[in-house]
Design a protein around this ligand. Structure first.
Ligand SMILES: OC[C@H]1O[C@H](O[C@H]2O[C@H](CO)[C@@H](O)[C@H](O)[C@H]2O)[C@H](O)[C@@H](O)[C@@H]1O
Length: 594
């Protein structure tokens, strides 16, 4: 039976990530990078698409699990008739070949364990040749090789294109497995001691988590969200992934399945905001440098997303041999949204660079030059319709949120020039642009009869992104149009109190068939808007409910279906964790302000 999406836990090494199920199986892992082909893709098909399970013989589901302290080291507990074991799963942060390490520790009694490793390169399609090499098994096909090492007394054999092991663990005993990816043409990878690697990995995360400055409600959930966001950063470049998965569906059995293993300017700008708020400035500096490299060139060629190292070609294709999570096909790689025109990204980029400057990151001349050239481009394009932040696949429109974010771009330029008059730039020019956008939005995006901003100019549809109007400073929270918009979104776009991003009933706006769940980041935005418009109790109640949706290991997917109680969409999703951190800060600030 397919496990629930939120039955998976995340481990990773800041270059890639794996999903481990409650049954002890690693069902998703791309090597060596987040966006490489998966060698374990069972989550999108079945065991024959690659997985690695370690569990007590005959056991199906673990007794409990959690992360060791504030780390990304997963501890899964198994209780059997004969004893108890803990399996410790982790990926050491690295400057060498990626390792996935699994250490089985006996806690009480004696437990018979079994392991099955099915490597299937290229998203579950290629069965490698496996051979012995001293104390390793090595699987090779094409450019990939994976080396498996365990303790000498572990009995290992090949069976039906898989590598099986069987062993017994007594109380106090430890048995380690190390799986290492390596380019197949190179000499064997260096040996790494798994026990030392575990100590180092714990120390790395301990040190990082201790730097969190957040004090306020649900601190544990906030720290877990920050760790998850950090796990989605691609350390070699500073790029930030939207999620580590592709094609986990927004509707079970549906077609709304997308590849999120790229760096969206929008998602990463917002991630940066969350990390900066909690005191993590190094990541902001690294991301700014990634941005400068990625977008270099003509501002007209700016893309809304890039690969982890700034790659520009991300063609969307489907993988027909994978039947999809819960038969949700197609499974896609790449993302056609890369070629879309989305005005809001200019606002998000300008805002995050503005905030980085405010946080004391030393200004960088190239960054300001980039901002000026983006604004110059925006000045001539903001009046055009676009695909908007939801990346609709229907016709372009004058989306309200897009125009509001164009206003943000001009506003942050004005504010930067006002705070540092030594910078080159024409504040009056950007002020005029800002005022013109503001006037147009208020005239064309607001429905005075219903007292709400609408999704796009002249439309009757609503859009949860308009909840951001007070957050970004476009209008004050007590403006009656803001209060009316919050009420309208609440009345028309919520299901069981959680928020849909817009109505998909007609399919006319996003051009896609089928339904989707409530969108978690939008639900956090509602909590923010409630707090900002003075409804503190309702904001807190919604925040508590949202935190209550996090999985047993504190993770959130992109969406939630209140009818089935299941999380949906790619997992874990930066957007949702950004929302959690953002609302925590809004509530904490309001509490401090009294
Ligand atoms: O709704 C259709 C679109 O869905 C995806 O976009 C969503 O994910 C992005 C990454 O987190 C996010 O930036 C965007 O706001 C979301 O709507 C998908 O990437 C698109 O290709 C698709 O058209």
């Amino acid at each position: 039976m397919t496990q629930r999406i939120d039955d998976y836990a995340l481990i990773g090494d800041l270059q890639t990530a794996a999903l481990v199920g409650r049954d002890g199986s690693v069902d998703w892992l791309c090597l060596p990078r987040f966006d490489s082909a998966a060698c374990f893709a069972a989550i999108l098909g079945d065991e024959n698409n690659g997985h690695w399970r370690i569990a007590p013989k005959g056991a199906t589901t673990c007794a409990s699990r959690g992360y060791a302290e504030d780390s990304l080291v997963l501890e899964t507990y198994w209780e059997t008739r004969t004893g108890t074991v803990r399996v410790v799963d982790f990926m050491p942060q690295r400057d060498r070949s990626p390792d996935l390490m699994r250490i089985v520790e006996g806690i009480s009694g004696s437990v018979e364990m079994s392991a099955v490793l099915r490597l299937r390169f290229d998203y579950g399609s290629i069965v490698p040749w496996v051979r012995r090499a001293d104390d390793h098994r090595v699987a090779i096909a094409g450019p990939d090789s994976v080396w498996l090492r365990s303790e000498p007394h572990v009995k290992t054999w090949g069976q039906q294109f898989s590598t099986c092991s069987s062993f017994t663990v007594d109380a106090g005993e430890r048995v380690a497995f190390v799986l290492t990816w390596h380019p197949s043409h190179e000499p064997r990878p260096a040996l790494v001691d798994p026990y030392e690697a575990l100590e180092q990995t714990l120390a790395d995360w301990r040190e990082w988590s201790a730097r969190c400055t957040y004090e306020g409600p649900h601190r544990d959930a906030v720290v877990r969200s920050l760790i998850t966001l950090k796990a989605l950063t691609y350390a070699p470049t500073g790029g930030i992934m939207a999620a580590p998965t592709t094609s986990l569906p927004e509707e079970l059995g549906g077609v709304r399945n997308w590849d999120y293993r790229s760096c969206w300017l929008r998602d990463s700008s917002l991630t940066l905001g969350a990390l900066l708020a909690a005191g993590y400035v190094e990541e902001a500096a690294a991301w700014r440098d990634w941005l400068l490299r990625s977008v270099a060139g003509d501002p007209a060629d700016l893309q809304i997303m890039y690969g982890p190292a700034g790659e520009r070609r991300l063609p969307e294709t489907s993988l027909p041999w994978l039947r999809g999570y819960a038969d949700s096909a197609p499974v896609r790689t790449g993302n056609a949204a890369v070629d879309q025109f989305q005005l809001d990204v200019y606002g998000e980029v300008m805002d995050s660079l503005y905030r980085a400057r405010e946080a004391g990151i030393p200004p960088e001349r190239h960054a300001w030059n980039l901002q000026l050239s983006l604004l110059g481009f925006l000045e001539s394009t903001w009046r055009e319709p676009d695909e908007g932040l939801w990346e609709v696949r229907g016709p372009r429109r004058h989306f309200t949120h897009s125009k509001v974010m164009a206003w943000v771009a001009a506003d942050r330029a004005v504010r930067t020039l006002e705070s540092d008059p030594s910078l080159p730039g024409d504040a009056a020019r950007w002020r005029a642009m800002r005022d013109e956008i503001h006037a147009q939005v208020c005239a064309r995006a607001y429905d005075p009869v219903r007292n709400t901003f609408t999704q796009s100019y002249g439309s009757r549809e609503l859009d949860a992104a308009t909840l951001l109007i007070p957050r970004v400073g476009f209008l004050p929270p007590d403006d009656p149009r803001v209060v009316g918009t919050v009420d309208a979104v609440r009345a028309e776009l919520t299901q069981d109190g959680f928020v849909r991003r817009y109505s998909v009933d007609s399919g006319a706006v996003d051009g896609l068939p089928g339904q989707e769940g409530t969108f978690l980041v939008c639900s956090f935005w509602l909590a923010d808007a409630l707090r900002m418009t003075g409804r503190a109790d309702e904001a807190r109640e919604l925040f508590d409910r949202l935190v209550g949706l996090t999985s047993d290991v504190g993770l959130l997917a992109e969406e939630y279906d209140p009818a089935t109680g299941r999380q949906l969409g790619n997992f874990p999703q930066a957007f949702s964790h950004i929302g959690l951190v953002g609302t925590a800060f809004v509530l904490a600030a309001a509490e401090t302000a009294g």
